[in-house]
Design a protein around this ligand. Structure first.
Ligand code: NG6
Ligand code: CA
Length: 511
């Protein structure tokens, strides 16, 4: 452990922040927490943020609580955002925390403190259901045919039921606690991400057998075919363990409902990490064609159904009033992310990125500005909007403060207590954020008013077929986000002093 210095924020600051004091909350009153962490859902994808696809259940969370307009994932892709979310440390502090492959070793060392570990110490039953994408196993990666260790259970979750990496990467199997679910030991799993060496096993690939596909690939994603979809990476074996993409949403909801049912009489923390709306966008048959927006729109409706199912089970058990439900996303939106699903062609008037520039992978606002809803009927007022600057890296310190629980500030080095912003009491939140874009190559800073992106040499458009601007430019970029939220006017020449100030702050933070 990095110098485990335990520290209790509330012990020091209880008199300063009313909501910080656990004295206000008895053990019996501790709220349950459900974090609905979606995949590639953009700011403008949700109806309450102006989206055209109906999302009545997600909107319920906004009506029952607070809609944030200035809340951010720490990164424009999944792995680094998830790393920061669970550890309270910006992912860019170490190399190798960009998007990881399906066989990557665990990124979170077992001896570090984490948000879910803190929740366990505070007496919560904890669970992750859905996408993991933080690596599994020791230095050599996971042993798919044996005990998969370390992983979520060593990160602070009592129960885990995960998609190991992404739904477009092999192995396309679920891992329940330490083991692949439904694996036949006579048909062991092997995976390879050595694209130079080529396929392993007998399964067809997307590049050689496109006639076997239920959805064609557009870039990458042409390796082993499972369930009629070619993925990133090669895989052999594990036939009895393969998932059916159409059933993933139902399955993840079922596992979550079981977890809630089993723990309805004690406080619980559920990290519901749905793969909706990440590619391949293969939804259950009952949602296919339900919108005019193609599979991407249908998947939003499937996501909304999942949210409704979770809210309904809370209501069924009388738990809704004392459960904090948070809805947000790991990064911004993308249309073509590797499969021919006509997301662009069928977009109509819907604007997944809202009024912002960029998208997934991008340093522009739509890369990390995400929908962010927080509700807690017992604790916060209904139907509010909060423009406070909030980063997902702050959940850890904020919840620790609220629960009056000690945690390692050396491990959660970037996490700050902004509980009052979450509760709608503080309308300002953070002073600044350092984020990164593309897969992890570009770091930049934004504070409440301005964003500075240092000059750099990278490509201006994501170099694979997504058509998204990276934010790379040979010129320094400075934007006044208050008057120019769409980042159309680079004011770096007009405000050199401000630029220097932000450059120094960024360099200082990157040290
Ligand atoms: C990229 C994939 C993309 C997606 C992304 C991770 C290609 C060409 N693109 O490498 O499809 O899987 O990784 O997405 O391979 S994320 O939301 O999990 O960060
Ligand atoms: Ca994502």
């Amino acid at each position: 452990m990095n110098n485990f210095f335990l520290y209790s924020l509330c012990g020091i600051g209880a008199s300063m922040a009313l909501s910080c004091s656990k004295g206000d909350i008895t053990d019996e009153e501790r709220p349950n927490v459900i974090l609905i962490y979606t995949d590639d859902v953009g700011y403008g994808d949700v109806a309450v943020y102006g989206g055209k696809i109906p999302t009545p259940n997600i909107d319920r969370i906004a009506q029952e609580g607070i809609r944030f307009t200035n809340a951010y994932a720490t990164s424009a892709t999944s792995t680094p955002s998830r790393f920061s979310l669970l550890t309270g440390e910006y992912a860019w502090r170490e190399e190798g925390r960009g998007v990881v492959q399906g066989d990557a070793p665990s990124l979170i060392s077992t001896d570090r403190d984490t948000w879910p570990k803190m929740m366990q110490r505070a007496g919560y039953a904890t669970s992750v259901v859905g996408k993991w994408h933080l690596g599994l196993g020791g230095e050599d990666g996971p042993d798919w045919n044996g005990k998969i260790f370390p992983g979520p259970l060593e990160t602070g979750f009592d129960y885990s039921y995960i998609i190991p990496a992404t739904n477009d990467r092999v192995p396309t199997v679920y891992v329940k606690n330490h083991y692949v679910e439904n694996l036949d030991e006579d048909d062991p799993i092997k995976v390879s991400f050595d694209f130079n060496k080529g396929p392993i096993g007998d399964r067809p690939t997307g590049i050689d057998n496109p006639e076997k596909l239920k959805m064609m690939w557009s870039h990458g994603h042409n390796h082993t075919i499972t369930n009629g979809i070619s993925r990133i990476g090669y895989m052999k074996g594990g036939e009895s363990a393969l998932w059916r993409d159409e059933d993933i949403a139902d399955n993840l909801v079922d596992k979550s409902v079981d977890f809630i049912t089993n723990h309805k009489d004690e406080p619980f923390f559920l990290y519901f990490s749905t793969i909706d709306i990440h590619v391949p966008r293969i939804v259950h048959e009952r949602f296919q064609g339900i919108t005019s927006y193609g599979p991407r729109g249908d998947m939003m409706v499937q996501l909304d159904w999942s949210v409704g199912a979770l809210l309904d089970v809370l209501e069924k058990y009388g738990l809704r009033d004392n459960t904090i439900v948070i809805f947000t996303s790991d990064n911004g939106p993308v249309l073509d992310d590797g499969y021919v699903d006509y997301a662009r062609e069928m977009l109509g008037e819907h604007k997944p990125w809202g009024d912002f520039r960029g998208g997934k992978y991008s340093a522009f606002e739509a890369g990390t500005k995400v929908p962010f809803l927080v509700s807690w009927p017992n604790g916060i007022e209904k139907n509010r909007v909060n423009n406070a600057l909030f980063s997902q890296v702050d959940f850890f310190a904020s919840f620790a403060s609220f629960l009056d629980e000690e945690y390692s500030v050396d491990d959660a080095i970037d996490s700050k207590n902004h509980w009052d912003a979450l509760m709608g009491i503080d309308l300002y939140g953070r002073y600044s954020l350092v984020q990164h874009a593309i897969r992890d190559e570009l770091s930049y800073i934004r504070n409440d008013g301005f964003k500075f992106i240092p000059s750099n040499d990278g490509p201006e458009i994501v170099p694979w077929g997504t058509h998204i601007e990276t934010g790379f430019s040979k010129k320094d970029q400075l934007y006044d986000l208050k008057s120019d939220p769409g980042e159309t006017n680079n004011i770096s020449k007009r405000y050199p002093d401000l630029l220097d100030e932000l450059r120094m702050e960024l360099e200082d933070k990157l040290k």
